[in-house]
Design a protein around this ligand. Structure first.
Ligand code: PEP
Ligand code: MN
Length: 362
């Protein structure tokens, strides 16, 4: 299946060529005063920031604040009139789209729970047929790359070409320091599948707290992501939703000014010479690694033949445990992460077992 999307560059619709694109504003629009006060402070940081505020909030359980609804759209209109900032909000169905278009919202985004539901995404896409508006698509709550791409495709088929994806992290059953672990590999896979699609990071929903926002924002820049969406509230402690992860406009200003935005390449000759030298070294090491793996596999083949002759099982857990224990010690000594090295070795071991299996059953 082709994964080609027709996408315009970010600067085409943001009018800004400098990275990163910034989207900031409260998790939810709560009162007109809160919305306007936050927007005015954000405008002082940078007038190209797109002002976000959730109008309809998808809450996990009923009973908590589910968004101010249509009334908040009037406040977004006032933000635009008074500050000139572009506005953005989340849409989850056709009615939301209709109300946003009526009220002149500039940018729409599809939330993580909605991206996970093709019926809802299709409904939104149908409601947007023939409309020229930027739409951002957050990753689905579960790490399913095809579902994420599918949502982008549905919108693109409806004629939406001003689009970007947003990495907001993924649900995880494992304990984590993050609210939604970022799984950067998913971002890399999306960038590889759709290199022309801009990708924005949402550190707020990844972290779930304010302590790690700088770190995640910088990491997004280091991975060449195109922008940041950061929940910003005039009084975070009083926020009606996601209070723990929101920062003040002053904190946002500090975060943005500390960002180091790196170039993808440098025209400096010394830099490229040195880089080429290091890359050649890497290529050489890769060749040695592959040869070593190849050699290891041919030894496995011999072991397979020997076990067959002696009618012995392939898997001897004692031996595998011994290898694992040695690995733990070695990874500590060499400064590798234990889990990473174990995963790598599990793959190598799998290939070895497969090879022995082939030999024994030949
Ligand atoms: C939000 O942006 O406030 C939001 C609800 O995000 P997500 O869809 O990523 O959970
Ligand atoms: Mn939120």
């Amino acid at each position: 299946m082709s994964k080609k999307l027709e996408v315009q560059s970010l600067s085409n619709w943001t009018g800004q060529s400098k990275k990163p694109l910034l989207i900031a504003g409260p998790c939810s629009a709560e009162t007109e005063t809160q919305v306007l006060a936050t927007a005015r402070e954000i405008k002082k940081i940078n007038e190209n920031i797109i002002f976000r505020a959730g109008i309809w909030k998808p809450r996990t359980r009923p009973g908590s604040f589910e968004g101010i609804g249509g009334l908040g759209l009037k406040w977004l209109k006032t933000v635009k009139q008074q500050t000139g900032l572009k506005t953005a909000t989340e849409v989850a169905n056709a009615k939301h789209v209709e109300l946003c278009l009526e009220n002149g919202v500039d940018v729409l985004w599809v939330g993580a729970r909605t991206t996970a539901n093709p019926f809802s995404v299709q409904e939104i896409a149908d409601a947007l047929k023939g409309v020229d508006i930027p739409v951002l698509v957050k990753n689905p709550v579960n790490p399913d790359l095809q579902l994420w791409i599918g949502a982008l495709e549905r919108l693109n088929k409806s004629g939406i070409t001003k689009m970007a994806a947003i990495l907001r992290g993924f649900n995880s059953y494992e304990a984590s320091i993050f609210r939604n672990p970022p799984q950067w590999d998913m971002a890399i896979q999306l960038k590889t599948a759709l290199p022309q699609l801009p990708l924005i990071c949402d550190p707020s929903h990844i972290c779930g707290n304010t302590e790690m926002l700088d770190y995640i924002s910088q990491k997004a820049m280091d991975l060449d992501l195109d922008g940041l969406m950061i929940e910003t509230h005039i009084q975070p402690a009083l926020a009606w939703s996601d209070a723990k992860q929101q920062i003040t406009p002053a904190q946002l200003k500090k975060l943005v000014s500390a960002l180091r935005v790196r170039k993808v390449n440098s025209d400096n000759k010394d830099f490229s010479d040195k880089l080429n030298e290091l890359r050649e070294k890497i290529d050489g090491i890769d060749e040695k690694l592959l040869s070593a793996l190849h050699e290891r596999l041919s030894v496995s083949e011999k072991i397979g033949a020997y076990k067959k002759e002696n009618n012995v099982t392939i898997l001897q857990t004692g031996r595998w445990n011994e290898i694992q224990e040695k690995l733990e010690m070695q990874s500590d000594l060499m400064g590798f992460e234990r889990d990473w090295l174990k995963k790598l070795y599990a793959l190598i071991h799998e290939a070895s077992i497969k090879k022995q299996n082939e030999v024994m059953n030949s």
